[in-house]
Ligand binder design. Structure first.
Ligand SMILES: NC(=O)c1ccc[n+]([C@@H]2O[C@H](COP(=O)([O-])OP(=O)(O)OC[C@H]3O[C@@H](n4cnc5c(N)ncnc54)[C@H](OP(=O)(O)O)[C@@H]3O)[C@@H](O)[C@H]2O)c1
Length: 407
């Protein structure tokens, strides 16, 4: 490996074996926290050194993700202040980006399955190889050292090079290009885990799955996975054009949520208001039954809007079914009517990112069914703040991707 002081411009790929000492990166710093439009800035920073279980990856493309929005705003936590909390060293800048595709440029001595020149896909799930829970065989996502790359840990994907652990990486599926590979990871693996990992409520052939934000990144992945596995995906969207896209991608039908208004907290509603809420929730459930063609409620509800939709999710879920939740776009201060939880023996299950095993299984599914993640827009390097604003403003369908080294 030869190190060089030469500065490579973004898109100009160093030959394998040559590692620049400096790289361009989109950083956030404490004094700039706020709108993604101004919080992100390009800086020349040191290329990070790798530890024994890590690899240096030249990023080709990266997925845009809500983590970047939360990080830029410093809400709900300041990631610049907390970026040394795990086993990384502390920095006064933070590089976001929790999903990328790229090429391995250097490997630590404990890396077993990858070598320089390999094309890989990196996801957010990081944990310490010394973690006793991981060594004991526990799901790494439950371990105390588990944290998210590019959010709870520095040197994320929005730079020419990233520092990643072997456990974060999988090979790129044979049928995907670099943009699709970057788009496949965070939302695809997250959706796959939500639908397949929670024993007793895993997706079975013929199961109805209600998918909020059906035309979003997570939503379209969930539609594709459910359809490929023989389930019946029913999408919820905010326009008919989004609904038609969901149908094209495999949904049995869609519900336009703008035709309902029973959103938000139910705590504090008067008896009359609650009756009206129930009437709308029941109409919403009938709309699902109409799409399915029988009185069959969702065995799984894929939740992520949070406060606005959780009461409805729990109400429409089948008896013994599961509301599985991985986010809270509308707010994490949500409430539910507990009667629907215990009387109907439903389950609310949290789910977060996915393990390397989840990712490997998902890659196999992608190849078997020739699944291509739906990319709403591809941005170039200089448009990263704009990409985050457009994600926040819910402008495009599917997944948003930024090109770094890819042509
Ligand atoms: N924990 C994890 O591992 C993980 C991984 C990936 C994503 N997430 C989380 O999942 C959420 C979605 O991510 P994404 O990448 O799919 O985002 P996205 O592409 O922006 O899609 C989200 C969709 O949700 C719908 N939506 C937004 N506000 C809503 C509301 N108040 N009520 C109902 N639907 C609403 C919108 O669709 P319509 O307007 O068409 O309804 C939007 O397209 C985010 O909160 C993200 O942080 C978590």
């Amino acid at each position: 490996m030869t190190y060089t002081d030469k500065i490579y411009e973004v898109g100009e790929r160093p030959p394998l074996g040559i590692i620049p000492r400096k790289m361009y990166a989109w950083t956030i710093r404490n004094e700039r926290l706020g709108s993604p439009e101004t919080a992100f800035r390009v800086e020349l920073v040191d290329v990070p050194e790798i530890r024994d279980d890590e690899m240096l990856v030249y990023n080709m493309s990266a997925g845009i993700n809500y983590n970047g929005i939360w990080a830029a705003r410093g809400i709900p936590k300041n990631v610049v202040d907390s970026n040394g909390d795990y086993f990384d060293e502390k920095q006064d800048f933070h590089i976001c980006g929790s999903e990328s595709s790229g090429i391995v440029y250097a490997v630590g001595k404990n890396v077993r399955n990858y070598k320089v020149g390999d094309a890989i896909c990196a996801g957010g799930s990081k944990y310490s190889p010394d973690d006793s829970d991981v060594i004991a065989g526990m799901d790494p996502c439950f371990s105390p050292s588990y944290h998210i790359w590019g959010y709870e840990g520095n040197y994320g994907a929005f730079a020419q090079f990233s520092r990643v652990q072997e456990c974060q990486c999988v090979r790129i599926a044979d049928n995907l290009n670099y943009d699709e590979a970057a788009a496949a990871y965070a939302t695809g693996v997250t959706a796959y885990r939500m639908l397949t990992r929670w024993e007793g409520n895993t997706l079975k052939k013929g199961d109805v799955v209600l998918i909020w934000g059906g035309a979003g990144g997570l939503g379209l992945s969930a539609v594709q996975i459910t359809a490929a596995m023989g389930g019946i995906p029913v999408a919820v969207v905010s326009s008919d054009s989004k609904g038609e896209l969901c149908k094209k991608m495999g949904a049995a039908g869609y519900i336009n949520r703008t035709k309902f208004s029973h959103w938000g907290n139910i705590n504090g509603l008067s008896a009359r208001e609650y009756r009206s809420w129930m009437a709308q929730a029941a109409k919403f459930r009938r709309t699902i039954w109409n799409i399915v063609g029988e009185k069959k409620s969702p065995a799984i509800v894929l939740e992520h809007p949070g406060r606005d939709t959780l009461p409805t999710s729990l109400f429409v879920c089948d008896n013994g079914g599961m509301v599985v939740l991985c986010g809270a776009t509308s707010s994490y201060n949500a409430d539910i009517d507990l009667r629907f939880l215990w009387l109907n023996q439903r389950r609310i299950q949290g789910s977060h990112a996915g393990t390397q095993k989840d990712a490997e299984e998902y890659i196999e599914l992608i190849e078997k069914h020739d699944i291509h993640p739906y990319i709403g827009k591809i941005y170039n390097w200089s448009e990263l703040p704009k990409a985050h604003m457009e994600l926040e403003n819910n402008i495009y369908n599917g997944k948003l991707v930024i090109r770094i080294g890819a042509e």
